[in-house]
Design a protein around this ligand. Sequence first.
Ligand code: NDP
Length: 447
Amino acid sequence: MNIKNQHLAELYAKVEKRNAGEKEFLQAVGEVFESLSPVADKRPDLIESGVFERIVEPERFIQFRVAWLDDSGKVQVNRGFRVQFNSAIGPYKGGLRFHPSVCSSVIKFLGFEQIFKNSLTGLPMGGGKGGSDFDPKGKSDNEVMRFCQSFMTELQKYIGPDTDVPAGDIGVGAREIGYLFGQYKRIRDEFSGVLTGKGLTYGGSLARTQATGYGLCYFTDNMLKKKGDTFAGKTVVISGSGNVAIYACEKATQLGAKVVAMSDSNGYVYDANGIDLAVVKQIKEVERGRIKEYAARVPGAVYTEGKGIWNIKCDIALPCATQNELNGDDAKALIANGVKYVAEGANMPSTPEAIEAFLANGVYFGPAKAANAGGVATSGLEMSQNSQRLAWTFEEVDNKLCGIMKSIFENASAAAKEYAQEDNLVAGANIAGFLKVAEAMKAQGVL
Ligand code: NDP
């Protein structure tokens, strides 16, 4: 950790003590504090009003038991979470993650990051996140429904369309959002925009499914343009094969690139001819199967068990699976193979060592907070449509998304230029996202 400002360095030591053992959360705070050092130097008023101390402490952290019956009638117990981190600029907003790795550290890191990401979108949304250590993999639809109903029975006490608006994340897709929404409606007797990522028949927005992956490519396209470059003819590697990865692959391909590899938590496929996305969608979206099956269906494709996707030569790498999936050695392998652009679709997929290596070696790096903000931005657009009782066309939403990603890129670049170096989008995104929230917190007094 290299936090230059003394106030922030001392504060980080306190955060470390108070959140002992929460490594993901501490990693996220450390990275933001590194970036914010020049801001703290220039803005003693923010130190005086305790903005830094307050922003690292969630406004509310809720943990609850989720008991449900499996198909054999046996009682199962999971842990549910919601962190309502910061509401300075709008109602709490952030996804729900269902994955066995979910714990308070993971939820807090995601909620903390969400504050800055949501601010960057320019829309009025505070930061929140939630989820459970429940694993939907291998469960029947009925089991998933019973789990979601039990989860929402507790969560509904704390959320609402003007209070806290959850969405999907890892393990929470259209099916889960449907069950969660149904249970909220039943208990509260209210049809409202309390969740985003809803189905199109009950208040969802067109282009929300595509938004994070498309937005990632729009952001990357801005990075490319800045360097006088385009997606056309580029070789791209994408990790993951979930919602973000699939639509990143679709847009990158539409923009003229060739995506040669995708993965899941078991391994990765390499297809020198370019990934056939229809096959991936069939396996992942329809059959809920494994990426391994791609190699069995597409002649010439090769499946490799385990990690190693970052050893594949590419011009552009888009990590779209999960946190800390790309470490220092992976970064070195990518750099040795000539990677020029890395943009994060997942949240915090690159370790601090990896980011350091990219920045030191002139790889143009788009951090998650900025690069994957298209998902939550489009959720914000879904909230607007719900409030107005209107539905915009796909093109309207997609055009707005494209404009938002451009302005995020420009704002992050401008903040980087003012406080660090123009190409350091890590610093730029953290600073631009922070400043808006900080001004609002200061204006609203000590809360
Ligand atoms: P999905 O559940 O749809 O897909 C996740 C993908 O990542 C799957 O291919 C999954 O493989 C893989 N994965 C998950 N955990 C691990 C792991 N521990 N190791 C290796 N691979 C793993 O989730 P999303 O696509 O929605 O989310 C992906 C990332 O993008 C997350 O970091 C999420 O927070 C972030 N994000 C998502 C947004 C959205 O709108 N959906 C918005 C902004 C960020 P497997 O099936 O084997 O588990």
